[in-house]
Design a protein around this ligand. Sequence first.
Ligand code: SAM
Length: 192
Amino acid sequence: MATASSGSARKAKRRAARPRVSVLRIGHRPGRDPRLTTHLALAARALGAERMYLHPPDPSVEESLRRVASKWGGRFEVVPAANWRAVVREHAGGVVHLTMYGLELARLVPRLRRASSLLFVVGGAKVPSDLYRIADYNVAVGDQPHSEVAALAVALERVRGLPVRGGRAGAQLQIVPSARGKKVRVRPGSPP
Ligand code: SAM
């Protein structure tokens, strides 16, 4: 007979088996896109990615995410990528290019969930055509143009599920869920 503890053990096993995810953002325009690219990195971090490679590099985005991590914890980092093709070539795992021209996400989800490591690649206004060939999968989230943040968020939720709540290692702040207003726990020893 299945017990509550065997159920939670199964859940923990499933969580541990989720693919590890990195994101590669190409086509960033320093000076024009910092807000959008910062939102992309925030979504990647919040939904369980370990890092976001950024091409071309932009120290302002790296710094914003360092500030977020120092308050909210975890190990997420923005990694400058002067050569994005090298990031794709050297990734040990599946390369998933998110594009509205790709195959339907739902069809690929079972296969992507079984991967141990994935690199999700998102573009900007224009995507270099060789990316379609060098990616292992070209994947569409719906069949309409929208945004790299929306596409990444939906894909991460479908492939990894929502991260477990409860704050991250090294966090100064932790949200206490609240029906109204804002409740935030400040960890002892955090700077004022
Ligand atoms: N024509 C582009 C394309 O190939 O999807 C749309 C450019 S859109 C401004 C910037 C990025 O958002 C794309 O490179 C892609 O990563 C992502 N994106 C937009 N719509 C998408 C969709 N329906 N499915 C998957 N990714 C999408």
